[in-house]
Design a protein around this ligand. Structure first.
Ligand code: NAD
Ligand code: DAU
Length: 353
């Protein structure tokens, strides 16, 4: 299809399911690889992944589709214009979907540099590339750009009040995306998700960290009083929402995609202890995260009106996730025996057993 036709194509013209050519940046990570699996195997799309392979990006995440004839992988950074240009030339996509990010709040507090370069410069390079080729562009974003909320949910109209270097740089990237829509009419969309969980999540994040520590007999480090609340969404549901927004969203718009359930951290950890057969005495309350957001909650009415709904309830998804980590040590053993151990010592002031 000619670029001009893609430019004009939207939901009203039938931006329909299936057989799209996509450039997926950051597709070797947790949610990106889940999205690629979904688009490749369920929608029949042709997918090229461009990924820098930071500590969080892993070719192991492609294990079940690496040889698929419609899947292509290129190693490169989104802040590198030559790498982006080469990926576009090789793949001739209709759309760019950008997952590429530094994603761990604690790392952003300790070392913010890469967060600024990937989110600000990287997003800029991708937007310029999308503008040059008149490509549809979808930015994957987060509820953390809204900051913390005591009661009720954030909507797409809530002000941006990010509180960590992670969320501030993600908010900056979102604003840049919106500026390309307003200034250059780039057909751009933003999809903001709540806390994801599921298979293939790097074990620096709450749920996989607690599952692996529980299974391995390590301490379970709960920050502060553990009463912080998160709005949990299974990664397959968020991946589905992103595809849905790409196909059916109105250009220039933001869509929130939140999970069906909210839970306090301590309740999540208690349930993981039960599901993994660990001991309550493994739970330890440790120093709180600086500037810790107390509660996240997202209203997803706008994307629900487009026909998307989350399918996985947290109680079922958590049980399935504990089972996945228990059954797939091939995936996490290389992480727990590598650089992650040093990160863990720096972050928690103690070694893994
Ligand atoms: P992740 O940390 O598992 O993966 C990030 C991926 O981006 C990795 O493959 C990494 O190698 C790649 N990457 C990092 N910097 C890059 C660069 N400069 N150039 C190219 N590739 C680079 O992250 P995730 O949890 O899968 O999150 C994906 C996206 O979803 C992010 O944009 C994140 O902000 C957003 N998000 C995450 C959550 C969550 O709970 N994990 C919730 C909402 C939104
Ligand atoms: O809300 C979406 C965001 O969710 C994403 O944009 C981020 O990329 C993702 O990392 C996540 O951010 P959080 O900071 O909410 O997730 P994390 O898993 O780091 O922590 C979840 C909660 O658990 C938070 O309140 C901090 C707490 N926590 C976390 C860790 C790692 C602990 O109590 N102990 C821990 O060891």
């Amino acid at each position: 299809m000619a670029w001009a036709a893609i430019w004009q194509r939207g939901p009203e013209q039938g931006w329909d399911d299936g057989q799209m050519k996509l450039l997926v940046c950051g597709g070797a990570g947790f949610i990106g690889s889940t999205f690629v699996r979904l688009r490749l195997l369920e929608h029949g799309d042709e997918v090229t992944v461009l990924d820098k392979l930071t500590y969080a990006g892993r070719e192991e995440n492609f294990h079940d589709f690496a040889e698929h004839p419609r899947f292509h992988f290129r190693r490169g950074a989104i802040e590198d214009p030559a790498a982006v240009a080469a990926a576009l030339e090789a793949s001739s996509p209709e759309a760019i979907v950008n997952f590429a990010a530094e994603t761990h709040v604690d790392r952003s507090i300790a070392e913010p540099d890469a967060f600024v370069s990937t989110h600000a410069l990287g997003t800029y390079v991708l937007l310029e590339a999308a503008r040059t080729h008149a490509l549809r562009y979808l930015q994957v974003s987060t509820d953390e750009v809204y900051g913390s909320i005591e009661q009720g949910p954030f909507t797409e109209h809530s002000p941006l009040r990010p509180s960590s270097p992670y969320s501030a740089t993600k908010a900056g990237a979102d604003l840049l995306v919106q500026s390309y829509f307003h200034t250059y009419q780039l057909p751009a969309l933003i999809c903001r998700g709540s806390n994801n969980y599921g298979p293939y999540q790097y074990p620096e994040k709450l749920i996989p960290l607690m599952i692996l520590n529980a299974l391995q007999g390590d301490a379970l480090p709960v920050y502060g009083d553990g009463m912080q609340v998160r709005n949990w969404i299974h990664s397959t549901d968020f991946a589905g929402a992103i595809g849905h927004v790409l196909e059916h969203g109105a250009i220039g718009e933001v869509y929130n995609a939140g999970g069906p359930d909210e839970q306090a951290n301590i309740a999540v950890v208690n349930r993981i202890v039960e599901l993994s057969g660990a001991d309550q005495s493994q739970i330890e309350h440790v120093s709180d995260r600086p500037g810790h957001d107390r509660r996240y909650s997202l209203s997803s009415e706008k994307v629900r009106a487009l026909g998307w709904n989350p399918r996985v309830r947290f109680s079922d998804g958590l049980e399935q996730t504990v089972a996945w980590y228990r059954d797939n040590p091939w995936w996490w053993e290389p992480i727990r025996s590598g650089d992650y151990r040093e990160y863990y010592e720096r972050q928690y002031g103690r070694s893994l057993g």
